[in-house]
Every structure is written in structure tokens, then in C-alpha cells.
Design a protein around this ligand. Structure first.
Ligand code: DAH
Length: 340
């Protein structure tokens, strides 16, 4: 029996050392200590041992059993620990690796220019209004005092949607929409998209304008000059020169075109390609609101006066950032847009 116990012990020790899976250890446990296990059944053989040797043999048996039990316990523990270590290693996160950088987007240069201009006029007490891109002929032309045969009404310039509807060719119709619904005093700016059948380096079929107007008693051309001079100097720099030239628009009388001193050569170069040596750049149209426009919205043109102006946003942005092709704004080339 002794040699049998020694064999079981030896095989148990070797088996446990070789085991690399918990399932193998469990199989060994069943084989040795289970209900029909080798160490469980060998107890019966004690009967055959000489009675005088029995206590010693019983003690030896217990010793082997205890040792095997402890080794099984230890084997389970070691396998669980190493499994846990493997899991930890596989789930390991290197917190010292630099994070993935998020690429931050930004506002389109046209949006930036619009927002900058809104800020300037809001500081002067103007509020922001908007109107529809698809307009009717009445608001885009008739109420603004365009005669029936005015060339701007020509299909060559205007995108018509149907007989009576078109994509607005300027933001001026929003003057009419605001005045139809509100009473003076008014100080309003209108940023928005505008559309004309046009396409070259400086004209795009869709572009943006900011309309502005003020209506009250005794608004003068001096108010217009002061407001626009201040706004243009905020936009292009405090020492920007501003010049008003007589002009014509159906909806203003008198009308003016407004120039700023050339942002490139400041009038110092007779060969400047931007101002063509004139030293001046046309930047917007303006004037005192024509009495016929007041009549169209039911205002008393004797008691009220007002000024209005319209600025092309792309033109402002092109001059500010020295961009020579208007189509870049709508081209969506990320290399262009990233520069702003
Ligand atoms: N609506 C004109 C255009 O698109 C710009 C303009 C000129 C607007 C004079 C005005 C103005 O309000 O008074 O060319």
C-alpha cells in the first residue's frame, strides 16, 4: 500500500505541475479526491495492512491526502492569478500616449464677415431682420420704384421661378417687408443671399449682401455719411478714407456710390491692379429713401425721411483678405477655407 500511495502522490504532483488549465486541475481533483477517487478508495486497503502498521499507514495516507489537497488548492489559485494577469495585460491602456487631436472647424469667411458687420451695426443701434430668398416681383422691383421696363427686370439678369416669382436680386426687398409691417423709427440691417445671372472672377450667381436702412423724422444725408464712414472705418481700419459719389438707384434720391481708399496701394500706385491706379475702390450703394418707396408701404413721405445702403459681402471679404476670385468662396476647397 505504501508504494501504491507513493505512486499516487508522485503522479499527482507531476500532473498538477503540468496542468495549464483549471479544467485539468479539476479533472485531477476528481480522479484523486472524488467519490471514486484514488485517494478516497485506497482507504479501504487499510484493512489489509498489518494492524501494527495501520496507525503509521493511516497517518501517511492523511499526509499524502493533505498534501495533494493543498497542491490542488495552490494550482487553482496560481492558474486564476495568471489568468487575471493575462486579462489585465490584454486590457492594458497606455495613458501616456498623446490623445487624438480633434480638428476644430470654424466659420466660413463669408459668415465671419457678415458677423463682423452685424456687430458693427448692432453697436450703432441697428437690429437684424431677414426675408425670403424667393421673392415676388412686387417686393424685389415694383415697390422699390423700378419702372416696368427697367433692365434689371430682364431675364438676362434675374433668375425667375415663375411669372411672378424670382430669386431676389438684392436684399432691398426686405426694406419693403419690414416697413409694411412696422412703424418708424427703424434702424435695421438685413444680411442674406442674393442671386443674379452672372459668373466671372468678381461676380457669382449666388452672393451675399447686407442691406441697411434707417427711417425717422429728419434723417439726413449727413446721418448716412456719418454712419457709413464709421462702419467702413471699423471694417477696414480707422484711417480708411471714404468718398461719396453721386449715382442713381430707383429706390433712393439722392443716390450715392461709396468708395474707400485702395486697401492695396492707398492711392500710392498708378499701376495698382486692384484700384487701376485710381486710389479708390467702390464698396457700396446708398442714398436717401425715395418718397415713392415710402408711398408704396403707406408711410407719410412728407413727415418721414430715411437712408438706405447695400453692401456686397463677397466684395468686402475679397478686399479685406485680398482674394482675387469670388468663386473660391463657394468652391469648398479646404486649403482655402483653412486660412481664415
Ligand atoms: N440694392 C442695390 C444693389 O443690389 C444696392 C443698394 C444701393 C441698396 C443703394 C440700397 C441703396 O439700399 O440705397 O445693387
Amino acid at each position: 500500500m505504501k508504494s501504491e500511495l507513493e505512486r499516487i502522490h508522485r503522479e499527482a504532483v507531476a500532473g498538477l505541475e503540468a496542468a495549464s488549465q483549471e479544467a485539468e486541475v479539476e479533472a485531477l481533483r476528481v480522479r484523486l479526491l472524488g467519490r471514486k477517487g484514488e485517494l478516497t478508495t485506497i482507504v479501504r486497503s487499510l484493512r489489509d495492512v498489518d494492524p501494527s502498521d495501520r496507525p503509521a499507514m493511516g497517518a501517511y495516507l492523511n499526509e499524502v491526502k493533505t498534501d495533494v489537497e493543498q497542491r490542488i488548492e495552490a494550482a487553482f489559485l496560481a492558474l486564476r492569478v495568471s489568468a487575471r494577469e493575462r486579462q489585465i495585460a490584454s486590457e492594458r491602456v497606455d495613458v501616456t500616449i498623446p490623445g487624438r487631436r480633434q480638428v476644430l472647424g470654424h466659420l466660413h469667411p463669408i459668415t465671419q464677415t457678415i458677423e463682423e458687420m452685424i456687430d458693427i451695426f448692432v453697436a450703432l443701434g441697428f437690429e437684424v431682420a431677414t426675408g425670403p430668398d424667393v421673392e415676388d416681383d412686387y417686393h424685389n422691383f415694383t415697390a422699390l420704384n423700378f419702372p416696368p421696363d427697367h433692365p434689371a427686370r430682364d431675364m438676362q439678369d434675374t433668375f425667375f421661378v415663375d411669372q411672378d416669382h424670382l430669386l431676389r436680386t438684392h436684399t432691398s426687398p426686405v426694406q419693403i417687408r419690414v416697413m409694411e409691417n412696422r412703424q418708424p423709427p427703424l434702424r435695421v440691417i438685413v444680411p442674406g443671399a442674393t442671386y443674379r445671372i452672372d459668373n466671372d472672377l468678381t461676380h457669382a450667381p449666388m452672393f451675399h449682401q447686407i442691406e441697411g436702412f434707417m427711417v425717422d423724422k429728419r434723417v439726413t444725408f449727413g446721418d448716412l455719411k456719418g454712419t457709413l464712414t464709421l462702419a467702413l472705418q471699423r471694417l477696414f481700419g480707422d484711417d480708411t478714407r471714404v468718398r461719396f459719389r453721386a449715382s442713381f438707384f430707383p429706390f433712393t434720391e439722392p443716390s450715392a456710390e461709396v468708395d474707400i481708399g485702395c486697401v492695396i496701394c492707398a492711392g500710392q500706385s498708378s499701376t495698382c491692379r486692384i484700384c487701376r491706379g485710381t486710389g479708390w475702390l467702390e464698396i457700396l450703394g446708398a442714398g436717401l429713401i425715395d418718397p415713392n418707396v415710402f408711398e408704396a408701404v403707406g408711410y407719410d413721405s412728407e413727415a418721414l425721411s430715411g437712408f438706405a445702403f447695400g453692401v456686397g459681402i463677397e466684395r468686402v471679404a475679397m478686399l479685406k483678405y485680398q482674394i482675387n476670385d469670388i468663386r473660391l468662396f463657394a468652391g469648398n476647397d479646404i486649403r482655402f477655407l483653412r486660412q481664415f
